[in-house]
Write a protein that binds this ligand. Sequence first.
Ligand code: FAD
Length: 406
Amino acid sequence: MINLESPRKFEQLVDQAHMVAVEIFRKNSRKYDLAEHEYPKELDMLAAVMEGATPSGAGAGGVGGGSGGNGAQPKETGNRNGSNMATLLGLIELCWGDVGLLLTMPRQGLGQAAIAAVADEEQMKRFGGRWAAMAITEPEAGSDSAAIRTTAKYDEETDEYVLNGEKIFVTSGDRAELIVVWATLDPSQGRAAIKSFVVERDNPGLRLDRLEHKLGIRASDTANFVLDNVRVPKENLLGSPEIAPKGGFAGVMQTFDNTRPLVAGMAIGVARACLERTRELLGEAGIEIDYDRALHSQPAAAAEFISMESDWEAARLLTMRAAWMADNRKPNSLQASMAKAKAGRVGTDVALRCVALAGSIGYGEGELLEKWARDVKILDIFEGTQQIQLLIIARLLLGKTSAELR
Ligand SMILES: Cc1cc2nc3c(=O)[nH]c(=O)nc-3n(C[C@H](O)[C@H](O)[C@H](O)COP(=O)(O)OP(=O)(O)OC[C@H]3O[C@@H](n4cnc5c(N)ncnc54)[C@H](O)[C@@H]3O)c2cc1C
């Protein structure tokens, strides 16, 4: 039987995450939206507390995953609701607080998901639990990540790889300790030759080009880099150094099956914040939502609100299903993309409609609604855009390869 409730065993985690969202994220939300590129120092203490709370550093709020943390599941779970579900529920709460601050939580980062997914024991010792960004995107390779041009050449004399190229839009790229860089061992061999390498942020070959000014999530730094003879020990290559004609790249891409539901969860958290605040504002204006009356017999604003809520609920359930499948080791590529596509679209749609319902109040800086409407859009872009999720869904439903349907 399907149980549509949030698992009870995570109630405490959700409560703690909510407290953090109220006390730290919401209270600093506007401050770091206005002070773009300024480091939110309030998060340092929070990160230390959370690291102390659990050995993994996943912490009270289960922060992580997506472009903001470690969503990978432990090697053995046996749990029907495990780390993916816990992280998802924590993220929803934290992003109800502020998604920009979540994305810049110290000692998290998408890079950790990649590390946890493929690192061997030795690499886990060196890199596990450290703040790791993920650098895939390049000026000529965004949605089509197989098109990346950054090269990694093996230097036999020093036993190192030498990386050269350019990486753009790296979330936490300036603040993280590590950057997981995707590079090709041989551009002529296509996606099979793409590998990921762990680069220390202070590597002398890694040159920060600029920090982006953005529409939203301004608390989160987004960095562009030039890689100019970045030398890393050969042990910093994650996974196998072999260029396997089949499977290797697909394996790398499977990291997204864990992280896409988490990005969807971020959108659900932001949209819930919008809905809750809009409901309060409607209440103050004398408009009550009545679930027992047909939509046509209620004020238009109430009917609109109920329709937004049902869309939000659909996104939430799709996302919980995808996370649950990841916890139970069921192949979930289709469901992960469905969740990301639905939640990304619903999040953006709900936020803008809430701004509209609140009228001029919704558009002004006196409310966070306008900020949430700006913040939420990124969740429909990174980790695969709306259009790319729909493309993946179509391929999986029709049984087509990426070469057949592009
Ligand atoms: C704030 C921010 C943070 C980011 N953080 C990271 C990060 O940490 N690490 C990282 O590696 N990247 C990151 N990115 C990059 C992000 O993942 C890419 O922007 C995204 O994958 C889209 O790539 P693109 O911008 O090159 O757009 P393009 O791929 O050029 O796409 C442009 C438009 O065309 C559409 N499109 C492309 N191909 C198709 C197709 N086949 N069919 C239909 N429509 C298509 C896209 O959906 C999009 O609407 C970040 C981006 C932003 C804005």
